[in-house]
Design a protein around this ligand. Structure first.
Ligand code: FPP
Length: 237
């Protein structure tokens, strides 16, 4: 029997290498990567995984060649428009998390429309981490808390003391449970400035499979490995 994690997060890596192996442009790999997103979302729905988050674009990815950045943004835009029915048919709630100020108005409008349209869906939540980085998230949370504490003091009140739980409410992922399982494809074994706070007790699963080849069978293998882990959270059982 496999234990189903409540939240699975994926660092989708290896699209460029996958494309190069076929003698194709990098964007070809990203396009095939969208098919893997669809397969993994379907699998998450089938298995009753409550939250599936995917690292679609990091803060650092803005430094890639302009052609690749705009190609990826266009791919996101097209996918957001194209997948509306998939989300509704599967009772999937769609959310995007990250520093969205850098996105084009067109993409942002499409994202907000899909978020609103699927807000009442009660099945799996798909969270696309876009223009996201772990350090950015912690800094923006600290800044927001500091701003509120200052405003409270100016109004003659004392800010509520900072606790771990309260700090988490300022993160961009507030309200979303911390990931139980983080999967990274393509053989790289690092966290790459991803959910640094949120992955404090997450189980990591690394596979050499490149993201465009990561489909239901590979996802099932990751879940199997997860269910064999012994999670102790620093305690003794
Ligand atoms: C990493 O591979 C992948 C990305 C930076 C982009 C991932 C984005 C998608 C699959 C599109 C997501 C679309 C939607 C609709 C959410 P890489 O380019 O770093 O590969 P490499 O390490 O082999 O060069």
């Amino acid at each position: 029997m496999t234990t189903i994690p409540q939240h699975v997060t994926i660092i989708m890596d290896g699209n460029g290498r996958w494309a190069r192996r076929q003698g194709k442009q990098r964007l070809f790999g990203h396009k095939e990567g969208v098919e893997s997103v669809r397969a993994c979302l379907e699998f998450a729905v089938e298995k009753g995984i409550r939250y599936l988050s995917i690292f679609a674009f990091s803060e650092e990815n803005w430094n890639r060649p302009q052609e690749e950045v705009s190609g990826l943004m266009e791919l996101m835009f097209k996918s957001v428009l194209k997948e509306r029915k998939t989300f509704q048919d599967n009772n999937v709630r769609f959310r995007v998390v990250g520093d969205l100020r850098k996105l084009s108005k067109g993409l942002l409008d499409a994202i907000h429309a899909l978020e609103a349209e699927t807000a009442g869906n009660t099945g799996t939540t798909l969270i696309v981490m876009l223009s996201y980085s772990g350090k950015w998230d912690i800094v923006q949370a600290a800044q927001r808390y500091a701003d509120e504490a200052l405003a409270a003091r100016e109004a003659g009140r004392e800010a509520a003391p900072l606790t771990e739980a309260r700090f988490a409410d300022y993160l961009s992922t507030a309200g979303i449970p911390e990931p139980d399982l983080m999967i990274r494809t393509s053989g790289e074994q690092r966290i790459s400035n991803y959910m640094l706070w949120q992955c404090a007790y997450t189980e990591f699963y690394f596979t050499d499979v490149l993201w465009p080849d990561f489909r239901k069978k590979e996802f099932a293998a990751a879940l199997q490995a997860f269910s064999e882990r012994d999670r102790r959270y620093g305690k003794i059982k």
